[in-house]
Design a binder for this molecule. Sequence first.
Ligand code: ZN
Length: 191
Amino acid sequence: MKQEEILSILKEKQAVLEGHFILTSGKHADTYIQCARILQDPKITSLFVSELLKEMKDLEIDLVIGPATGGIIIAYEAARQLGVNAIFTERENGKMTLRRGFKIPKEASVLVVEDVVTTGGSVREVLEVVNKQGGKVVAIGLFADRTGGKIDFKIPTYRIFSKEIQSYEPENCPLCKKDILAIKPGSRGLK
Ligand SMILES: [Zn+2]
């Protein structure tokens, strides 16, 4: 799929909004990403996952893992298309961990997926969990990368949408200076 096609779907589904936004952190930005708007649509989720998997077709993947919550649906769909299992990590006392009896077999080739990365913190924690269990991460698949591809996990990483999104302290926000009304999107889902 071409980037323009992907962007037009993202905009149509309001998963990517352009304007002037107040983020959960209090910072301002000109672009807002809400992946849940894509993940609510199984057909588009399936399409985006198949686009990611096309890039990985030469890899052998034994297991898919993603961090709760955004990673769960993508992991499930990727696993469904690959014919393998999907598991997820979640936080326990603030620490990313495997619960529910999930195990990663030693030497398993693992695909890590996530919906949105901003700093990559959650993905790095998942990588750590996989490594500790003796699995080997062979690829990372992301629906949206807010660093525009600057983030480097030292593992082949594939992205559906990638854009470096600047955020500003309100006092330094160029959009505020232009007197454009700032909107606070009604969700805590922004990362
Ligand atoms: Zn502003």
